[in-house]
Design a binder for this molecule. Structure first.
Ligand code: NAD
Length: 337
């Protein structure tokens, strides 16, 4: 395959983990060409803009981007680049797999849950957030649409079919939020009927939090609205040992951006000890998306094998003595060997 992707190295540890990730992708011989573009603090310094138009044009041209974490400057009226990218490219599905890896400190050992979060509407719209003039009354309008609910639920079921998953759980709060969450649940029930081969289950969000902590093995694919998905996907990441192993895929009709869920980790930037796994796992998801599923699986297996048998090479955050480079080297060796 010959494909050019946009690559945003990002801020803080971004360039370190991106270099490691691209080295591993090269070892997999994916036929990818990288078009490096700026966003975040680097872009602000170089071009006076956190998200230059040239960057947007190149993402639109290549349709697929691999993105390092970006620092959002505090104050100064800056909007999050991540939120802007989701909005501009209508990246409506935020897909976050949470999978147990050997040797990580976590409560459970066999977690394999994919959260599919609606990424563009619900409680996270910038419109409808108001504060009265006297500062006494704050309002936040949650707005779900039939179209938005349909496409995210359908995405979850199609993903379940494609990945051979058995069950989709729609998470809601329709007992209280009768309109916004009610619409989502009704649409989920309707669409579920089109997929009789996949078990459908519905669960109220507060109970879901408890069930995830007590009996996570009952979950397979979770589909939910924006705010609940934001919270539940971090809960799932916590079940498998934290954000260092959590990829996040942002998928739309016309573009897709793959990233690590964690941020730019300024406290360890430049020290060479950042864990590249979350971005590597995002890259594996990108390979699936580009119809290179066998290579994506090979990458995931190489990460798993390295974490099982080459503990010295892995980074300190998951109990190793290694560096970003030694971790990437060990994965490359397994891919090539
Ligand atoms: P963070 O995820 O950057 O860091 C939290 C903690 O986890 C830190 O102690 C850090 O050292 C550690 N950590 C994170 N990634 C790691 C890795 N790969 N390997 C080892 N340790 C790792 O969260 P934060 O400190 O709240 O945010 C820092 C900046 O990142 C902020 O400007 C925030 O806006 C931004 N951010 C960006 C994204 C994104 O681009 N998707 C996501 C979250 C935060």
């Amino acid at each position: 395959m010959n494909k050019t992707i946009a690559v945003i190295p990002g801020d803080g540890i971004g360039p370190e983990i991106m270099t490691a990730t691209l080295r591993v992708l090269d070892a997999l011989d994916c036929g990818l060409t990288y078009d490096f573009v700026d966003a975040g603090m680097v872009a602000l310094d170089k071009h006076g803009d956190l998200l230059p138009k040239a960057t947007l044009d190149r993402i639109a041209e290549h349709k697929v981007a691999l993105k390092g974490p970006l620092t959002t400057p505090i104050g100064g009226g800056f909007t999050s680049v991540n939120v802007t990218l989701r909005r501009l490219f209508d990246l409506y599905a935020n897909v976050r797999p949470a999978v147990s890896f050997p040797g990580t400190k976590s409560r459970y050992e066999n977690i394999d849950i994919i959260t599919v979060r609606e990424n563009t509407e619900g409680a996270y719209r910038s419109e409808g957030q108001t504060l009265s003039e006297d500062g006494e009354i704050a309002e936040s309008v949650a707005r779900n649409t039939r179209k938005g609910s349909s496409r995210i639920v359908r995405y979850a079921f199609e993903l379940a079919v494609k990945k051979g998953r058995k069950k989709v759980t729609a998470v809601h709060k329709a007992n209280i939020l009768k309109t916004s969450s009610g619409l989502f649940l009704n649409v989920a029930r309707e669409i579920a009927r089109e997929y009789p081969q996949i078990e459908f289950n519905e669960m109220i969000v507060d109970n879901t939090c408890m069930q995830l902590v007590m009996k996570p093995e009952q979950f397979d694919v979770i589909v939910t609205t924006n705010l609940f998905g934001d919270i539940l996907s971090d809960l799932c990441a916590g079940l498998v040992g934290g954000l260092g192993l959590a990829p996040g895929d942002n998928i739309g009709e016309h573009a897709a951006i793959f990233e690590a869920v964690h941020g730019s980790a300024p406290d360890i930037a430049g020290k060479g000890i950042a864990n590249p796994c979350a971005l590597l796992l995002a890259a594996a998801d990108m390979l699936d998306y580009l119809d290179m599923v066998a290579k994506g699986d090979r990458l995931r297996q190489a990460i798993r094998d390295t974490m099982t048998s080459d503990r010295d090479s892995v980074t300190p955050d998951i109990g190793g003595k290694g560096s970003t480079d030694s971790f990437a080297d060990a994965i490359v060796k397994r891919i090539k060997g």
